[in-house]
Write a protein that binds this ligand. Sequence first.
Ligand SMILES: Nc1nc2c(c(=O)[nH]1)N[C@H]1C(S)=C(S)[C@@H](COP(=O)(O)OP(=O)(O)OC[C@H]3O[C@@H](n4cnc5c(=O)[nH]c(N)nc54)[C@H](O)[C@@H]3O)O[C@H]1N2
Ligand SMILES: Nc1nc2c(c(=O)[nH]1)N[C@H]1C(S)=C(S)[C@@H](COP(=O)(O)OP(=O)(O)OC[C@H]3O[C@@H](n4cnc5c(=O)[nH]c(N)nc54)[C@H](O)[C@@H]3O)O[C@H]1N2
Ligand code: SF4
Ligand SMILES: [Mo]
Length: 748
Amino acid sequence: MAAGKKKTAPERWARSTCPYCGVGCGVEAGVKGGRIVSIRGDRSHPANFGKLCPKPAGLPEAVHHPDRLTHPLRRKPGGGFGRVSWDEALGEVAQKLGATIRDHGPDAAAFYVSGQLLTEDYYAAGKLARGYLGVANVDSNSRLCMSSAVAGYKGAFGSDGPPSSYADVGYAECIALWGSNTADCHPVTFGRILQRKRDPRVSVIVVDPRRTATAEIADVFLPIRPGTDLALANAMLRVVLDEGLVDERFVGRHTEGFEEAAEIAYEWTPRRAARVCGVEAEDIVEAARRFGEAKTAMALWTMGVNQSAQGTLKNRAIINLCLATGNVGKVGTGPFSLTGQPNAMGGREVGGLAHLLPGYRLIENEGDRREVEGAWGIEEGSIPSKPGLPAVESFRALGEGDVKFLWVAATNPAASMPDLNRVRKALADAPFLVVSDAYPTETTALADLVLPAAAWGEKAGAMTNSERRVSIVEKLVEPPGEARADWEIFAGVAREMGFGEAFGWGSSAEVYEEYRELTRGRFPDVTGISHERLRERPVQWPAPDRMDHEERPFHGIARSIWERDEEEHPGTPRLYVDKKFNTPSGKARFAPTPHDAGLAEETGTEFPLVLSTGRIKNQWHTMTRTGRSAKLTKGLSGPFVMLHPDAAGSSGVTDGEAARVVSERGSFVARAVVTDEMQAGTVFAPFHWGDLWTEGGSVNDATHDERDPVSLQPELKGAAVRVEPVGAEEATREERATAEALSAWDGS
Ligand SMILES: Nc1nc2c(c(=O)[nH]1)N[C@H]1C(S)=C(S)[C@@H](COP(=O)(O)OP(=O)(O)OC[C@H]3O[C@@H](n4cnc5c(=O)[nH]c(N)nc54)[C@H](O)[C@@H]3O)O[C@H]1N2
Ligand SMILES: Nc1nc2c(c(=O)[nH]1)N[C@H]1C(S)=C(S)[C@@H](COP(=O)(O)OP(=O)(O)OC[C@H]3O[C@@H](n4cnc5c(=O)[nH]c(N)nc54)[C@H](O)[C@@H]3O)O[C@H]1N2
Ligand code: SF4
Ligand SMILES: [Mo]
């Protein structure tokens, strides 16, 4: 072993869960002298069996980085920030929140939270806002990420909740990766797919406009034009219908709405879809056959599907394919939406979207509200009866002055929201903006008050991964300075406002105990889970603590797999094994999924290219942590934009040179990477570099916030842009000046 390594050899190893993506890998953290010094995979964790991608290796550097926020900071009248005490900070938040609600009503306040909060943090925020302040405006960055999947599952199965497990990958004969760059964004799951693919009978289909690292392993690669997924899915369904690949028994007994979906599918011959999608008709047929003929098939999808103005329908179209072929509720099957953030699932369970309450309850459902009010011991009618504003609407309302108090926690909207010029201005002009974060960010820079949050490794709590597996994140070291856990911060404000008794938890384990009671008999039942149990092993919900309800309101809470003399429910690897769904009829629902609109913003002569955006393997979102790790920034040379040689040619940009990407709303500068991995009409840029990391503007200056009508998720993958060499703007300005001068001469 190298001498350097010995020096940092840990004194002890402790189990925890990776704070990055929704794969939810178990890690072991090496601790020495009150610092986290090393990370390795936990071999006993069923999400990863010891494997890890590169990102968590950068955690020690990030967690102990000198940039960490250590004290509450207050904006000073003349500019800049000054240190204040927690008492002052919490007192001011309480005062501003109280005054806003008193003077302008509860709709003038909003909370924008995150799938990177722990379940307990989320719960505390929701309880304070909905229960004690009557504030409905609690939404999460999951709106930009998973809300189309939530709407898709709810529509098809009557309830949110991905039915499959990662283990199913090991039994699938066909795996369709749809709008997912699994290789870079869910690397450990991709590793499982690779392993499975060693079996020559197993085939992989990849649907992505870009030839990604994921596409490299495809048996059938469908590089469709952005926004044409519905045409493709309909044509695939038609092939399944025409070639007798429908699981008629399953469809007949356990589904409804098949005819209506089939009728739309019949409008899409493979040739017609091929023209719209820009792929070969033969490949569409091949993909449909492979999916339909396989004994077991899975569809895995992410942002290429969800971040769309038809995101909900695209989810339904993929679920249609699984339903038609009977690929639901069996080993090796399932429509499996992979979650992006580590606790995107927990946020859904705990009611972190503007239309939800804890335990998959709906805010607009009176019975649901009464149950939560009962559990919280508050008066009937305390919880607002209408859903709050979703993310984009919330920032628009802030800009228009309707929202006057905003609390942002564990997300960086000044870099990650679409149409940033509008969002940045709204944040800057906000009457009161409080931001809880662990690092200085583009958003904390605009805050009135910055609250230092304890980060990963400094607080304990639960997270749920894509396969519904709840794992524990451990407190391993003390937070720096005065940083506190988010749930404590929310509870602190609640106390200041006089609700101390309801927020008097002594630990996050106690918060979890309170939360889990709200899941009793509900679909995401975690009554059989406690922090203590999670320390032994992670558990997939539903995991009830007892089964004394004869009439359970939800199907899928498996009784059969639980031997009653066992003390604990073992957790539920697969939903809907009994083919009973949570719809009124108990049947799963097909949906007609017409492709009658493409991207929300059309390209034209001024903006001829589609800008698609996303991620790279070694960076995470707005780089607050991964950008502070030398391990992970090695070899990176700032923002880049990928474009096809033809697009480069017609735009006049050269490989390796700076280019400006311009939309109607704004622009950013990035190094041009000219590559035939792109199709001619599309350019791709990762959105990692915000204003703290680059001077030329960030990707979201160019994106737009048009959104899906049901999920209200914005279309982050399809802005109309042009690309030009840097310097072109100046040139155009000169040209314009010359033109003006010429017309002035004409007029004289
Ligand atoms: N390394 C890394 N991993 C991450 C993250 C990270 O920041 N870095 N973030 C995590 C989070 S929160 C998320 S949500 C996930 C995201 O995971 P992914 O969704 O896999 O990642 P993206 O790069 O956003 O987009 C995926 C693909 O969608 C394609 N796409 C664009 N438009 C379309 C379209 O119209 N149709 C189809 N079919 N595809 C299209 C893009 O070309 C891109 O390759 O990753 C998670 N994992
Ligand atoms: N153009 C474009 N834009 C996108 C996307 C895209 O594909 N394209 N994807 C969207 C998606 S899917 C997502 S999920 C979002 C992600 O967007 P963001 O949520 O804005 O991205 P992050 O950089 O992960 O921000 C998380 C913040 O939380 C802080 N943090 C970490 N741990 C804690 C904690 O325990 N407590 C507190 N209080 N703070 C903490 C981090 O320091 C960081 O500042 O971006 C969206 N925006
Ligand atoms: S795959 Fe996701 S959860 Fe696993 S180590 Fe990588 S970032 Fe962490
Ligand atoms: Mo995400």
